[in-house]
Design a protein around this ligand. Sequence first.
Ligand code: PGA
Length: 247
Amino acid sequence: MVDRVTPRKLAAGNWKMNGLAAQIVEAQALARACPKPGVGVLLCPPATLLAPMAQALAGSAVALGGQDCHVAEKGAHTGDIAAAMLADAGASHVILGHSERRADHGETSAQVAAKLRSAWKAGLTAIVCLGETAEDRAAGRTLQVVGAQLTASLAEGADAANTVIAYEPVWAIGSGQTPTPEQIAEVHAFLRAHVPDAGMTLLYGGSVNPGNAAAIFAIPGVDGALVGGASLKAVDFGAIVAALEAA
Ligand code: PGA
């Protein structure tokens, strides 16, 4: 029998296309607010802020991640960023297959799987995002869609050490709407049963904020959150980290 590690709790902040140099102070404030967190804390700023944020967070418990990487190690791919560049800038993680990348750039699960291999090769832990649209949910095919994305997005060799899964219903992202605890529990139980390594960290993402974080972290099978809007302010994200520590 394969050894299963305990899922590591993780609060990951995705700044998306937000943040100028002046916002580095938020990362510094977060690091001050959680000097010794009992959970993993990660910020994924836009690529332009990776290097200065790495400098600002040096010696702190807050880790750094990218928001995407290219499949190739280097080369003629204008505007893209390689996994090795993220690692070189100080990142330990990379978000892959976010629904905004799938929608804005037509990213497929097969491409996500290929990116996963590049990320691992560069020593990065990947956070793979999956989730149904409102239409999928209304049609009763949530588990089918999430299951298909999981199977197609995970490359061979995915385990609890190199991959985190984030369940992010597309309709919950940035909308202020969240699924019911039962709906989140159902998808997380499904994912736990279908991931290649039962010890994988499973995050929930979509309109997590300081007001709903504790209730979300109390849902069985939820090991943390991928947070967008509420990760931009240290006071809000710090409160979410504290709720995860208390869970
Ligand atoms: P949100 O974004 O917290 O702003 O809804 C979550 C995400 O897209 O990861």
